[in-house]
Design a protein around this ligand. Structure first.
Ligand SMILES: O=C(O)CCC(=O)C(=O)O
Length: 274
């Protein structure tokens, strides 16, 4: 897509905990701040509504497909401010009753749900001191999800997905990639910025990554560094730690100039020699 309009966006950073009501109240303040600053699209981090693996299934059970307290909150908040709202992520019921889907829902400025993406790659990590195995509690999605916005085509992904470039290529030429995240401080320090900038450079698009950033109830530490990166790989804005908003202008002319100057997307070999 080459048409579209420039857009001011905000990526929100939070330190969510196990209480949905407290998380939604914190998110409401940050979204209001973003809307007041003129953002047309606001993106929330992974687990913004609930960061606690124990409570996920119970909370998901209150959500039907299309409505429930967290979805209603997202729809109402988008409509109240007249913004595109990326609610990444909330737990939704899975096929396997013992697990949940870790889902991003996108609402337009009228509060209509326009996209759903379920995290496809489930994080696993064990360095002896820290251990994560998301497959115990989360059921992986299997569908790529993109949606057309006034700026251009938006591709959805979540956290650990960031390590899998083939997912982004399967989106086929998006203008903005969203990566709501809760990266661990350990892996984030090592890889976060490099991965975000690589995805922006190789896909020649903007990347916005709203993240959890700080020390959570129970002691879990997330990396934060909520970031918006431009198609040349420049970090436009970043917040190291703590709740807050990260704002940037998405510029269609800049996007077109990067793609024209260095037409790497057009140079891809889709017929690699064996
Ligand atoms: O890929 C990583 O290093 C962190 C991923 C993660 O924390 C997650 O997917 O929740």
């Amino acid at each position: 897509m080459t048409s579209g309009e420039d857009m001011r966006i905000v990526a929100v950073q939070m330190i969510s905990g196990p209480e949905v009501a407290a998380n939604l109240a914190a998110a409401a303040d940050l979204v209001a701040q973003a809307a007041g600053a003129g953002a047309a699209l606001v993106a929330l981090p992974e687990y913004f509504a609930l960061l606690s693996s124990d409570e996920q299934a119970k909370v998901a059970a209150r959500e039907a497909d299309g409505s429930g307290p967290m979805q209603d909150w997202l729809a109402e908040t988008a409509a109240r401010h007249g913004i595109w709202l990326v609610g990444g992520t909330i737990p939704l019921v899975a096929d396997d009753a013992a697990r949940v889907r870790n889902s991003v829902l996108v609402f337009d400025g009228s509060g209509r749900r326009v996209a759903r993406y379920d995290k496809m790659h489930l994080f696993g990590f064990d360095n002896g001191a820290e251990h994560f195995d998301e497959s115990r509690t989360i059921e992986a999605g299997s569908r790529v999800a993109c949606v057309d916005t006034p700026f251009g085509r938006l591709g959805l992904s979540v956290c650990y997905d960031l390590r899998f470039p083939e997912l982004y290529r399967a989106m086929r030429a998006v203008d903005l990639i969203l990566v709501p995240s809760a990266f661990t401080a350990t892996t984030g320090r090592a890889h976060w910025e490099t991965l975000l900038r690589a995805r922006a450079i190789e896909n020649q698009c903007y990347v916005a990554a709203p993240a959890q950033g700080g020390v959570h109830a129970g002691g879990r530490r997330t990396w934060g560094h909520t970031m918006i990166v431009d198609p040349w790989g420049e970090v436009l804005a970043c917040r190291d730690e703590g709740p807050g908003i990260v704002l940037a202008e998405l510029d269609r002319a800049h996007l077109a100039a990067v793609r024209a100057q260095l037409p790497a997307l057009a140079h891809r070999r889709l017929d690699p020699a064996s």
